[in-house]
Design a protein. Structure first.
Length: 141
């Protein structure tokens, strides 16, 4: 899974939620987003660095995009172009950006509040038991 989440606090919460859900991720510099689409990686703030797993070439199963990140809608479109399903989130008042992500082909676009509360569930809803993208949205409680 790859994620474009430039906010360090959101990144930490997302990382914790994914770890609790049993989903592994590797950290690469934010500038490496396009390259990360070719392998399994997680995009974090540009200051972060780490090794990318030796699964490059298998491609990410899912992309998670914070729509407040510079170039976020373009990142959604790039992932969709490579047949990588996208879970995008942003401020509920940014209807134009949320709509642009939908228009770019994101599988699921949600307000930030829902993402923060339900990140693990939303990710799981887009993956099957084997971790393959399904494109199904998480049901509401």
């Amino acid at each position: 899974m790859i994620a474009l989440i430039p906010d360090i606090m959101a990144d930490v919460r997302f990382t914790e939620a994914m770890r609790a859900a049993g989903t592994d991720s590797a950290v690469v510099p934010q500038a490496g987003w396009a390259d990360a689409l070719g392998g399994v990686a997680r995009v974090a703030p540009a200051a972060a660095t780490a090794e990318t797993p030796a699964t490059a070439g298998t491609g990410p199963r899912l992309a998670v995009v914070d729509l407040t990140a510079p170039g976020a809608v373009e990142a959604v479109a790039a992932a969709v172009e490579r047949a990588v399903p996208v879970l995008a989130y942003g401020p509920h008042v940014a209807e134009d950006v949320l709509g642009a992500a939908r228009a770019a082909g994101a599988a699921l676009v949600v307000p930030r509040g829902r993402f923060v509360r339900e990140a693990a569930r939303l990710v799981a809803s887009l993956l099957d038991d084997e971790g393959t993208a399904t494109g199904k949205e998480a049901p509401r409680d």
